[in-house]
Write a protein that binds this ligand. Structure first.
Ligand SMILES: NC(=O)c1ccc[n+]([C@@H]2O[C@H](COP(=O)([O-])OP(=O)(O)OC[C@H]3O[C@@H](n4cnc5c(N)ncnc54)[C@H](O)[C@@H]3O)[C@@H](O)[C@H]2O)c1
Length: 315
């Protein structure tokens, strides 16, 4: 059990990353305040949490005026200040964002303004999870210094929010996360690895963009993402910096082969799609590695864990 109990605000804490992060932080003995509007209906992330005296849930949008008041009430009751805000609240479906651009940008940008205000008022660190999708069509090997080239409204919003965080937060850390792979109670299935595994489990063909089959992209196993977030909450990561975070670069072909190896069956249907008319690129996570962080998982394990979770989870 952790000797130094910290108080963390996790916005969007019921989602794919958040549901596992809050379990991990509570497991280490920390106090966790989750603000989530349940817009994605991840009620399951709350199951089994309410017995924990260190867990507080505010069911609202982060940008609601009432949220600041609710957070203050909790902090007054526990005589604590916030040690950090991990701002995971966002609409996150990149492919869908072409049809819902205005709504997504409004929600995500307003929520990020609120996260900045809350963390500045508490004089604490703000961890902002951006995405490696900001690089879009790019050169062979991408670092934090490479130009950004977003290919969806979702990725455009990430760039706007990064700038807001960078310019207005007093203690920002920006993590450009690769696409998450691996199970959690609040998991979603929009993204490459998880959607492929899902289709394989329900016995339907996986739809893959022809041009994308051999394109390298950065992926991040959920366990590595959680370690990266914890690493950022420690004093090891420089405030005011942007870091790429990933487990490995891989291709849809390699991912399909891993799923086939594990499940023994897998059907692919090739199609064309506007979001994937891009070049292959790899992302370097060297800058984050130099802060002492090491990814320890791999895509094969995350895929195996997801298959196991979907087949055998008893809860
Ligand atoms: N999962 C990935 O592959 C990935 C990769 C790169 C970056 N990210 C970023 O990490 C963050 C978390 O991702 P995730 O996969 O856990 O997302 P998710 O969609 O699974 O969870 C987001 C949560 O935020 C909540 N939410 C949305 N808008 C809100 C608002 N205004 N106020 C309160 N709650 C709100 C939703 O109800 C949901 O529970 C997002 O910013 C996402 O863009 C995710």
């Amino acid at each position: 059990m952790n000797t130094q109990v910290k108080t963390y605000l996790v916005s969007g804490g019921l989602g794919h990353i958040g549901s596992s992060l809050i379990t991990k932080l509570l497991g280490s003995g920390h106090r966790v305040i989750v603000v989530d509007d349940l817009s994605t209906q991840r009620f399951s992330s709350l199951f089994g949490k309410f017995h924990n005296k260190n867990f507080y849930f505010i069911n609202d949008t982060l940008q609601s005026k009432l949220v600041v008041h609710e957070i203050k009430k909790i902090l007054d009751k526990t005589s604590n200040n916030l040690d950090a805000v991990v701002h995971l609240a966002a609409q996150t479906n990149a492919a869908d964002s072409f049809d819902r651009e205005a709504e997504l940008k409004k929600n995500n940008i307003e929520a990020t303004h609120a996260a900045i205000d809350i963390s500045n008022a508490a004089n604490c660190t703000l961890v902002y999870p951006s995405s490696t999708s900001v690089y879009g069509e790019n050169s062979d090997r991408v670092t934090e210094k490479s130009i950004v080239n977003p290919q969806s409204p979702y990725a455009e919003s990430k760039i706007v929010e990064e700038k807001l965080v960078f310019e207005n937060s007093s203690m920002p850390i920006i993590l450009r996360l690769g696409t998450i792979a691996g199970p959690s109670t609040g998991m979603r299935f929009h993204t490459a690895v998880n959607s492929f595994v899902w289709k394989s489990i329900i016995g339907q063909p996986v739809t893959i963009w022809t041009t994308a089959y051999d394109q390298k992209r950065p992926y991040l196993c959920l366990s590595d993402a959680l370690n990266a977030l914890e690493h950022s909450l420690s004093s090891k990561t420089q405030r005011g910096e942007t870091y790429n975070v990933l487990t490995e670069n891989s291709t849809p072909r390699a991912i399909c082969e891993m799923i086939t190896e594990i499940t023994g069956k897998f059907e692919i249907k090739f199609v064309d799609n506007r979001i994937m008319n891009q070049l292959s690129y790899e992302v370097s996570a060297e800058k984050f590695r130099q802060t002492g962080y090491a990814a320890t998982s791999n895509l094969r394990k995350a895929i195996g864990d997801t298959i196991e979770f979907l087949k055998n989870n008893k809860h």
